[in-house]
Design a protein around this ligand. Structure first.
Ligand code: ATP
Ligand code: MG
Length: 398
């Protein structure tokens, strides 16, 4: 029988509270596999075992899904055998045949956590290695840089033989480090920022500011589609859509255009503060990266931050665009992000924004108009949609 073995990442380093992390990880895997078929999911010895229970359980699809669950560092398909060296050789070699035929060199690595097994790890390696060399006389052994490593693990409940360990996403289980609220635009950066904080164990929800008719319905659909794609890694996402048009118009009509972007960002944060209060989010997340655009200079970030009542996490802060794009491609948000629909940020933006705004000037400019009633109106006009793993979406009634 074939099973998936999913190996822990950082959780393995945890101390006393480790089982909480493990339980959460198993729960997250179960939710992720619900739509893939019936599996028995258990954990032992820093590994989650995923065993197909019926014909409809697609093990390759499950392997792909599990490799995207944060907290898992590597996945592999393994053949489960009785703890008997003759059986390991007899059944293991045919199981590995296709891989061995393709390999240029190999080695056998044995791990014996069940010390009652009669052979030591080197003896297991020797016995299986000899049998493989008999069956594939032209395949050289290379213990330093093998093209393929055959791994035999003698564990509590059986012997596990596998050929290929596939790197997974790593990180910490989603939900193990609290909740965060990402400011999600339709751009390349903020979905990557959401992914990176979910990777650190945050359960991430999203807020988007839209300005119809300046921004189109298609721009909103694009952000929703990004949410949907993110669920593949982040799990369920609650999506708040804030009507932002009136605030932007008031800002345009009442404040110096040079400060437009930085004040707009501050107003976004003020609305996000309220969502944090109501929804118990412990931090805000943005896709900003130092120096990328005028609103992301240190001076501008300073002005923005002072409107925030929660820590603003900027996981991309030290990354180059190229590095960000690489991740966006990997998580399949890039092609959606580059669809050319306008964002509310591009509406009314000045030609020459201040790159070194001073906090007191920004606040003085912002105070020329009383935004509080419009902020409250925008908050009351928020629509909420829950995006679920597997593509389902549900509009939340107020
Ligand atoms: P992105 O690629 O994420 O759009 P960007 O490089 O275009 O980022 P800006 O447009 O300056 O940068 O936006 C900086 C950050 O502000 C974004 O990463 C995002 O977190 C937030 N943001 C911008 N516009 C919106 C919006 N309409 N709704 C929600 N958040 C937004
Ligand atoms: Mg943008």
């Amino acid at each position: 029988m074939e099973v998936i073995m999913a190996k822990y990442g950082e959780i393995a380093l945890k101390g006393l509270n480790r089982s909480n992390f493990e339980d959460l990880l198993v729960k997250n895997i179960k939710r992720r596999l619900k739509a893939v078929g019936d599996f028995e999911i258990t954990r032992r010895q820093s590994t989650v075992y995923i065993k197909p229970l019926s014909e409809n359980a697609d093990i390759d699809e499950a392997l792909k899904k599990v490799s995207r669950v944060f907290g898992i560092a590597a996945v592999q398909k393994s053949l489960v055998l009785p703890k008997d060296m003759d059986e390991i050789i007899k059944q293991g070699i045919p199981y590995l045949k296709d891989e061995l035929e393709k390999a240029k060199s190999y080695k056998v690595e044995a791990k014996r956590s069940d010390k009652s097994f009669p052979l030591t790890s080197p003896q297991i390696q020797q016995a299986l290695g000899d049998a493989i060399t008999d069956a594939f006389p032209d395949l050289p052994v290379d213990v330093h840089e093998p093209d393929m490593t055959v791994l035999v693990e003698i564990r509590d409940k059986g012997a596990y033989v596998n050929a290929r360990k596939i790197p997974a996403v790593g990180g910490m289980p989603v939900g193990s480090n609290g909740n965060g609220l990402v400011l999600l635009s339709g751009g390349i950066d903020s979905p990557v920022a959401a992914y990176m904080m979910a990777k650190r164990g945050l359960k991430v929800d999203a807020v988007h500011f839209q300005s119809p008719p300046y921004t189109s319905e298609r721009a909103l659909l694009k952000v929703e589609s990004l949410c949907e794609k993110l669920t593949e890694y982040c799990g369920d996402i609650r999506f708040y859509c804030v009507p932002f048009t009136e605030i932007q118009e008031a800002l345009r009509d009442n404040c110096d255009g040079d400060y437009f972007t930085v004040i707009m960002r501050r107003l976004m944060l003020k609305i996000a503060n309220t969502l944090c209060d109501k929804g118990s989010y412990g931090a805000l997340i943005t896709g900003e990266s130092v120096g990328q655009v005028a609103s992301q200079t240190l001076a501008a970030i300073n002005c923005t931050d002072r409107a925030a009542e929660y820590p603003v996490l900027r996981p991309l802060v030290g990354m180059d665009k190229k590095e960000i794009v690489e991740i966006a491609r990997k998580i399949d948000t890039f092609e959606t992000s580059i669809l050319p629909y306008e964002d509310c940020c591009t509406v009314f933006t000045p030609k020459h924004p201040r790159t070194k705004p001073r906090v007191k000037d920004v606040i003085a400019e912002e105070e020329k108009f009383d935004f509080a009633p419009l902020i409250e109106k925008a908050i009351n006009g928020i629509t909420i949609t829950d995006f679920k793993i597997g593509g389902e979406r549900r509009v939340v009634e107020k």
